[in-house]
Design a protein around this ligand. Structure first.
Ligand code: AMP
Ligand code: ZN
Length: 209
């Protein structure tokens, strides 16, 4: 199955995508992770992308569309994938439909006040990308999977978080109506725990298989 995870930054797309991908044995295709990998590798594309990312702005459509088109052509994507953080604009969604057949778009719906708290408390493993939250870390400072010291992403700092939410409402939220019109939208409401959201996602996926 080819799945899109929609939702604002901090909705838990990455965390849920990781859980679902592990259970289904399909790859998680995260444009944010791929862009951060390009930055870490010091490529020209990474250097340009970082300027947008540090301000909480979107990286230009043609850049991310190219990255995703290449990645979805890889062998491991042929039996399904979860797109996490792509598409983020209607333009990206239109381009995606020319090279991929999407089965479902799962929208994780979370109110803004919750998002701000989540994003500013978020810590990530710079090695494997695993996300954590200070409230659930009990003082631990390293990744549970590989022992790497956790960091705060530059774009999770307070000023950038507000920008990212504004950009989300302006450019990405219209995708909810876009995929609803295509009959592909499944909405999963806020106010649920991480575990409840995973269960809700699995129920939704089973129902459409
Ligand atoms: P994420 O890890 O998904 O929160 O993405 C982090 C940042 O990477 C975003 O704030 C954007 O600057 C950039 N980014 C990730 N995915 C996209 C996308 N599909 N289109 C444009 N920019 C993106
Ligand atoms: Zn790790």
């Amino acid at each position: 199955m080819n799945i899109i995870f929609l939702g604002p930054p901090g909705a838990g797309k990455g965390t849920q995508a990781q859980i679902v991908c592990q259970r289904l044995g399909i790859p998680q295709v995260s444009t944010g992770d791929m862009l951060r990998a390009a930055i870490a590798a010091g490529t020209e594309m990474g250097r340009k992308a970082k300027e947008y990312m540090d301000q909480g702005q979107l990286v230009p459509d043609e850049v991310v569309i190219g990255i995703v088109r290449d990645r979805l052509a890889d062998a491991d994507c042929q039996k399904g994938y979860i797109l996490d953080g792509f598409p983020r604009t209607v333009e990206q969604a239109k381009a995606l439909s020319t090279f991929a057949k999407i089965d479902v778009a799962i929208n994780l719906d979370v109110p803004d006040d919750v998002l701000v708290k989540r994003l500013s408390g978020r810590r990530v493993c710079p090695l494997c990308g695993a996300p954590y939250h200070v409230d659930r870390l009990n003082g631990e400072t390293v990744c549970r999977a590989d022992g790497t010291p956790l960091i705060q992403r530059d774009d999770d700092k307070a000023e950038t978080v507000l920008n990212r939410l504004a950009v989300y409402h302006q450019k990405t939220a219209p995708l909810i109506d876009h995929y609803r019109a295509e009959g592909l939208l499944k909405n999963i409401g806020g106010g649920l725990s991480l575990e409840e959201i995973s269960e809700e996602i699995f129920r939704t996926l089973e129902a459409i298989q």
